[in-house]
Every structure is written in structure tokens, then in C-alpha cells.
Design a protein around this ligand. Structure first.
Ligand code: FES
Length: 567
């Protein structure tokens, strides 16, 4: 595909002075002040959207990574110009990084569009940064390639490997149950996240990296390369080179992110035992190109897509093991009978051409064959019923099947504050077979749908050895967590969804087999409760908080803003 549309390089998108020649003259003059020669300024421009930040440990190697991207761009004949965007360091933001994903997506979109670039390299990794960059790039629709941060390495500690963040939760649960001392948990705190890069397991960041590669937006074989591996720098250089090629071919995100590539990404999400968050993010990315992701379709795919990858929190290994086992390509090759192989990737090849050209090395301890999977059905299932008319999600691959078909008594927490005030109270009326219910933690709750769905086991039950219970909320859950946890209940409590009507002692029926979640309370009683629901708190009067509250959509629409989705 030859480029035919409009001016190139620095002549793109001129600043408005009412005199185009003057605007170009002025721009070149000011660009010259940065020390570039005329020959350099005549090259195609590759923007590098970079999200390094002192508040983002996962991106601390980005300066070196971006140097390698620039090397690749220069070697291929382009002019690399990096620019900062919002950065979202998962654990440094309040109320939650999720609230700011759309802000970053808007920043990425607008800066790609407003600045003169022929192509862009999106450099991101931590949970929300990759979906934000994909959403922004899809809407801007300038040729783009995604370079991922890569996962952290797990490190040996007293005879076992530790890696963020499944092990963080495992040890915290032990500490709460009295099995680990205060001194020991301090030592463990220092040994969970020890290198640059994203969480070491198949959490949200690794899931979104796998999705970026499956969609075709990241170079083949790059999703799982550890952040500190020299191959990550070579991937950066190659991404820079590819961006220059994209500047010539004009292959756009809207040609790569399509209904078929999104379905491929859903298949991979299911086959890797990926994060529940990725359902929301992929739905939001799809919404930017006008594609709806249906939770009922997710269920149909889940029934016929087995879990092939043995990674924490579903299995045993770390993301670096997946890289050594053959990377995401090994998973894609196994899944290929189920994939749309005609989808284009940033290289210009189709997915099928890519997979046909790859070698066959696979470590079967980590990536299982399609005929002998790790688990027979996909890692996620959507639930529907009177408690979740708009749907809910359970990560069945990381849950206890013994809890999948049962009815339980609701123990209700009306907010996150109520949860933290009462969950460990000695007089809490709770039994192991109860269902813990958290209300008012959804997108419009004022907490912006935090990763609070992994409700802690009440201390008195944890000390008695209880490790899992059915937990239900309109919140999200970290991709690194595990348990029989029902999330994303929609409509959420804060907008008057049925979740708001649950009271202590109600009976709730969960059936993962039937994909049902039902509140067993008479309609008349529910109507009475609805009439006495408190009025919602007034939304913020100004700023991003107001924009967020006025426009954020429910989980099944990806929590995007209504005005950012493609009609
Ligand atoms: Fe950044 Fe987990 S905190 S990926």
C-alpha cells in the first residue's frame, strides 16, 4: 500500500496562523533549534508515546527502551520524536488507576492527532497503560506499533521463587491467617518485585500484552520477553524500524483491530487464563472501532477454548517461563484451528503467515497442546440472572470448582469503608458457606471500580483455615488474584442495580454450569427495598471527576466514556 494521503513528516497538521507556508517555515525553524539538520527534518516522523514516570516502577527501564526505539527509527530512515503522556502506575493512584485509563486514552489520542507524526510507537506496560494506548491509537487511527514493557523476573527467596503479585496475595493471606510473622512479611515485601517490568504472572499487564500481540498491534514474539532481557531492547529497535515501514505503508490500527482480531484476542484471553480486567479493556478497545463484545459470545467461545497455559494465578509458572517456552507464538500455533488467520498484523503479514513462518519449539510443561489442555474450557465465564441482568464475570480457572454450584446466605458490606470496618470484627455473623457481598464499588460508586472484588476472608475464618469463599461485587479484581470471585456485576449498585437490594440473610444462587447468578427474594420485597434506597451522593462539580461521572459506562461496555466510542 503506497502512501497517498496528505503531507508527510513535519508538514503534517500545521499550526493555524492563516498562512500555511509561514506555519511550516516557523515549525522547521523551531525544530532546527533542537539541533536537527535539514536532512533529518525531511525524514518521516515517528512519534514515541512514552509513559515513563517516577510514579511507575513497572516503566523504570523506559529511558533505555526508548533509546533503542530511536536507534531503530534512525536506522530505518525516520526521525524519532518522543513525547510524554499520562502514566498510570497501578499502585500509586487513588481511588484507582481505572478512573484514569480513559484520561490517558484521551491524552494518547489527542497528542497523536495534534502532533505531526507519520507513525507512532506506543511504549507501555503497566495494567491500564496498554489498553489506554490501544484505545487512543485506535481512535486517532495513525499507523501505530505497540512496544510492551515486558514482565519482571521472579527472584529466588529462601528456597522458592517469588514474583508480583500472586505471591504478594498468597503471603498476605498467610499473614492474615497468622501463618507468617510481622518480621517475615517485611522481608517478603522487599522480595516480591525486584526488577523493572510488569507483574511477573498472567495478571492484567501480561494479559494485555498477550492481547496486543494477538491483535497484531505488537511485533510477533514480543509480548512475553522479560523487561530486563536484551531481547526486549532488540524488540524496541525492531519496533522503531517497523514504525518507519508503517509510515510508508499507512497500515492503520483500524485495519488491524477488527471484529476478527478482537475475537482472536478473546480466544487467547480464555486460553491463557487471563485477567478478568482484560474483558473490560478489550471491550473498550473494540468500542473504539465500532465492534461490540458480547458476554454471551464470550461464553460461547469459552465453552470451546481450553486453557493451554500453566501460569500463575491459574497454574504454576511465571511470564518469563512462557517466554522461554516459546512465547505467545506457541499458544497461537496451538489455537490456530480456532483463530481467524486472515487478520493483518503491524508487519503487514497476516496472522496465518506469521504462524506458518515460525519454528516449532514449545515447552509442554508451560504450553499444553490443544488436544491435551491444562483445563478443558476457557478461563472466564459470564454469568447472568436476577442479580446481574447486565452480566457478571467469574475467573473459573482460578477458582474452586467445589463452590461453583450452590446457594448461600448473603453477608453484605454496603461500601469499601464498611468492608474494612467490619470484615475482621470478631462478632461478624459469617460462616464458611456464606456468600460475601460488596455493594457500591462499581464504575459510578465514587471509588471508580477498584480492584476490591477479592474480598479478604474474614479473619476468624482465615485463622480457622478457610481459604476460599464465594464473593460477589460490582468491583474488579487484580489479574494476579484467585478465588471463587464474581465481579463486574451489572448494573452496579450505585445506579440502582439489583446488587443494591441485597440484604444480610438473603439467599443467592450461583451456578457456573448454568451461567446464572440469582437473588432469591420476592419481587414485592425487592420493590419495597428499591423504594427506600438512599439517594446517590451528588457527583463532583468540576474537573475530570465530573467528566468521568457524567460519561463512564457500565462494565459490559468497557467502562469507556460514552462520547469516545465509535458510533
Ligand atoms: Fe504495574 Fe502490576 S503494578 S503491572
Amino acid at each position: 500500500m503506497a502512501m497517498t494521503d496528505g503531507p508527510r513528516g513535519l508538514a503534517r497538521g500545521l499550526t493555524n496562523y492563516g498562512d500555511a507556508d509561514f506555519a511550516l517555515y516557523l515549525r522547521r525553524s523551531f525544530a532546527t533549534s533542537m539541533g536537527y539538520s535539514k536532512a533529518m527534518l525531511a525524514r518521516p516522523v515517528v512519534g514515541i508515546a512514552q509513559s515513563a514516570s517516577g510514579f511507575n516502577n513497572c516503566h523504570r527501564h523506559f529511558p533505555e527502551l526508548i533509546e533503542a526505539v530511536k536507534r531503530g527509527v534512525l536506522a530505518a530512515g525516520g526521525l524519532p520524536l518522543d513525547f510524554p503522556t499520562v502514566s498510570l502506575g497501578e499502585v500509586f493512584l487513588t481511588p484507582t488507576s481505572m478512573m484514569f485509563r480513559n484520561l490517558m486514552a484521551m491524552d494518547v489520542e489527542e497528542m497523536i492527532r495534534a502532533q505531526p507524526m507519520d507513525a507512532v510507537v506506543l511504549v507501555g506496560g503497566c495494567d491500564k497503560t496498554v489498553p489506554a494506548q490501544l484505545m487512543g491509537a485506535a481512535s486517532a487511527d495513525v499507523p501505530a506499533v505497540q512496544l510492551l514493557a515486558g514482565p519482571m523476573l521472579p527472584m529466588a527467596y529462601r528456597g522458592e521463587l517469588l514474583g508480583a503479585c500472586t505471591d504478594c496475595r498468597r503471603f498476605w493471606a498467610k499473614y492474615r491467617a497468622g501463618g507468617v510473622s510481622a518480621e517475615e512479611i517485611e522481608r517478603i515485601e522487599e522480595n516480591l518485585a525486584t526488577t523493572a517490568g510488569t507483574c511477573a504472572v498472567m495478571g492484567t499487564a501480561s494479559t494485555m500484552a498477550s492481547i496486543a500481540e494477538t491483535l497484531g498491534m505488537a511485533l510477533p514474539g514480543t509480548a512475553a520477553i522479560p523487561a530486563v532481557h536484551a531481547d526486549r531492547l532488540r524488540a524496541a529497535e525492531a519496533s522503531g524500524r517497523q514504525a518507519v515501514a508503517l509510515a510508508a505503508t499507512r497500515l492503520r490500527p483500524s485495519q488491524i483491530i477488527t471484529r476478527h482480531s478482537i475475537e482472536n484476542a478473546l480466544r487467547v484471553l480464555l486460553a491463557i487464563g487471563g485477567s478478568t480486567n482484560a474483558v473490560i479493556h478489550l471491550t473498550a478497545v473494540a468500542g473504539r472501532v465500532g465492534v461490540e463484545v458480547s458476554l454471551r459470545r464470550l461464553n460461547a467461545l469459552s465453552d470451546e477454548t481450553p486453557v493451554l497455559v500453566d501460569l500463575k494465578p491459574t497454574g504454576q509458572h511465571y511470564m518469563s517461563d512462557l517466554n522461554a517456552a516459546g512465547g505467545l507464538g506457541a499458544v497461537l500455533r496451538e489455537l490456530s484451528p480456532l483463530l481467524h488467520l486472515d487478520c493483518l498484523t503491524v508487519t503487514g503479514q497476516t496472522l496465518g503467515e506469521r504462524l506458518a513462518a515460525e519454528g516449532g519449539w514449545v515447552d509442554r510443561d508451560v504450553v499444553r497442546p490443544l488436544a491435551d489442555p491444562y483445563q478443558k474450557v476457557g478461563g472466564l465465564a459470564a454469568l447472568f440472572g436476577s442479580l446481574a441482568p447486565g452480566g457478571a464475570i467469574i475467573k473459573r480457572s482460578a477458582a474452586d470448582p467445589a463452590l461453583f454450584e450452590r446457594e448461600g446466605r448473603a453477608v453484605v458490606f454496603t461500601s469499601l469503608d464498611d468492608l474494612s470496618a467490619r470484615i475482621d470484627a470478631p462478632d461478624l455473623d459469617v460462616r464458611p458457606d456464606d456468600f460475601l457481598v460488596l455493594q457500591n464499588a462499581g464504575p459510578k460508586s465514587g471509588y471508580a471500580m477498584p480492584e476490591a472484588g477479592y474480598l479478604p476472608i474474614p479473619a476468624k475464618l482465615a485463622r480457622a483455615g478457610i481459604k476460599d469463599m464465594v464473593r460477589i461485587s460490582d468491583a474488579r479484581m487484580s489479574g494476579t488474584a484467585y478465588g471463587t470471585i464474581v465481579l463486574h456485576v451489572s448494573p452496579e449498585a450505585a445506579v440502582g442495580g439489583p446488587l443494591a437490594l441485597v440484604r444480610n440473610g438473603d439467599r443467592i444462587r450461583l451456578s457456573v454450569t448454568d451461567r446464572r447468578l440469582d437473588l432469591r427474594v420476592e419481587d414485592a420485597e425487592l420493590a419495597r427495598r428499591r423504594a427506600s434506597l438512599p439517594r446517590p451522593a451528588p457527583p463532583p462539580a468540576r474537573g475530570y471527576g465530573k467528566l468521568y461521572m457524567d460519561h463512564v459506562l457500565q462494565a459490559e461496555h468497557g467502562c469507556d466514556f460514552d462520547f469516545l466510542r465509535k458510533a
